[in-house]
Write a protein that binds this ligand. Structure first.
Ligand code: NDP
Length: 240
């Protein structure tokens, strides 16, 4: 029987309470990983794993998360930096608060999440980091200047980290989902959704589980051992 080799691996998923994050938590737990996940305010008692309330914009809270996970589940092997938000508005209506909220969560949150953990991955000479970017970070999107900037930055972050981390046997990759059916799509009006669907060769939005499988592949020390510094697009050919 073959496996992805994630049995008993300790993995932290940020923003694991809903949507893509909860699909990642569920899949990894089913593969036998020891999963911990964070959330900001919506506790989800249906999920397996260790749930920790922690805002990724709070560096002290994220330091505490890494300590709590290690104490409860052992040394961390995998990190999925998934927590993210949108505050969509065209540029002329974008406020400084919209800008700060998105950059603080999607980009500084990435730094806060990884800052206490990456040195430990280097010490143990093993680990895999997966950052959740977005199609908007690669091709841009109307109304998403703040979000697109944060998600493009996540790719730059990941690529630089992969180059630094390689000498320690640690990998870093990004997943760039297309439009995925989660709460994040709810504010988009139906007419706009119809137009987006016309632009997706698969003619449907993605499912959270389809992102989870891509993440599992990139975490796997077996399946993706020579994959680092890459961006895996999961978007139904919406952007190629
Ligand atoms: P959801 O809105 O469904 O879930 C977001 C998750 O992130 C929740 O668990 C939420 O916690 C958590 N979160 C948000 N802000 C914070 C914070 N400050 N600190 C800690 N946790 C936080 O989003 P998706 O599942 O759709 O998105 C997940 C990731 O995928 C995001 O990075 C998003 O940008 C990216 N993505 C999504 C796409 C889509 O179409 N859905 C497309 C491309 C990328 P709580 O439940 O407590 O609020």
């Amino acid at each position: 029987m073959l496996s992805l080799g994630l049995e008993d691996a300790t993995v932290l998923v940020t923003g694991g309470s809903r949507g893509i994050g909860s699909a990642i938590v569920t899949l990894l737990a089913a593969m036998g990983a020891k999963v911990a996940y964070t959330y900001r305010q919506n506790h989800n008692d249906q999920l397996p794993g260790l749930a920790l309330q922690a805002d990724v914009t709070d560096p002290a809270a994220m330091d505490a998360v890494s300590e709590k996970v290690e104490r409860a589940l052992g040394p961390i092997y995998g990190v999925v930096a998934n927590a993210g938000i949108t505050r969509d508005r065209v540029f002329t209506k974008l406020t400084a608060t919209d800008w700060d909220d998105v950059i603080d969560t999607n980009l500084t949150g990435l730094y806060n999440t990884l800052r206490p953990i990456v040195p430990k991955l280097y010490e143990q000479k093993a680990g895999s980091v997966v950052c959740i970017s977005s199609i908007s970070g690669e091709r841009g999107n109307v109304g998403q200047i703040n979000y697109g900037a944060s998600k493009a930055a996540a790719i730059g972050f990941t690529k630089s980290l992969s180059r630094e981390a390689a000498r320690y046997g640690v990998r870093a990759n990004a997943v760039a989902p297309g439009f995925i059916e989660t709460d994040m799509l709810k504010p988009i009006p139906d007419a706009v959704k119809e137009r987006i669907l016309e632009d997706i060769p698969f003619r449907r939005f993605g499912k959270p589980e389809e992102i989870a499988w891509a993440v599992a592949f990139l975490l796997s020390p077996v399946a993706s051992s020579y994959v680092t510094g890459t961006v895996l697009r999961v978007n139904g050919a919406h952007h190629t």
